[in-house]
Design a protein around this ligand. Structure first.
Ligand code: ZN
Length: 184
């Protein structure tokens, strides 16, 4: 099965973790999937955060927020202390105005008529998700895929709380093959 390495992973179970996953293979070569402003817009659309247009400044801001969120997730995993600068970055974005939901009447029926979000609103929504994730009940269930080359993060919602792989189809299967090849 061919895996498109540049495809955005959406296995995190939370917007924050899917956003962090736009930089892959963090322990080794680092695979930047958010290469252009259009990539940021495409991620936002796939993440269900709306249709936006983004420019280079938005892309740079998105990457900075992403890395701040990543380091804060690592701090909840006990890998490093949380940095005040990262907290400040998340708070700055979380405080941005986000478009309010709105109604409209069409053919006498009520319809949803939210204003189109901006790139800033997408980063605001992501930062707010980060605040809730990092301080909520799911913080204790954040795991990193056990494949050392993978580094994808996810919320372990399995009943046993012993999920090891980002995906059984990719890392789980690869590890199973490896185990089969090395008899002990
Ligand atoms: Zn994995």
């Amino acid at each position: 099965m061919a895996v498109d390495l540049l495809a955005f992973p959406f296995i995190g179970g939370r917007t924050t973790l899917d956003f962090v996953a736009t930089l892959g293979k963090r322990s080794t070569a680092k695979l930047e999937r958010m290469r252009t402003p259009e990539d940021l817009a495409r991620w936002a659309e796939l993440a269900g955060l709306g249709t936006i247009s983004a420019d280079e400044a938005d892309l740079e801001a998105a990457r900075l927020l992403r890395e701040a969120l990543y380091r804060l997730v690592l701090s909840t995993l006990g890998r490093a202390p949380a940095r005040p600068a990262d907290v400040g970055m998340v708070n700055k974005w979380a405080a941005q105005d986000a478009p309010a939901p709105a109604l409209a009447i069409r053919s006498r029926a009520l319809r949803r008529n939210d204003p189109a979000p901006t790139a800033s609103a997408v980063l605001a929504a992501t930062a707010r998700d980060g605040v809730e994730l990092l301080t909520g009940p799911e913080a204790a269930s954040i795991r990193e895929c056990e494949d050392p080359a993978c580094t994808l993060l996810f919320v372990d919602t399995s009943r046993s709380h012993r999920r090891r792989w980002c995906s059984m189809n990719v890392c789980g299967a690869r590890n199973k093959m490896r185990t089969l090849r090395t008899p002990n």
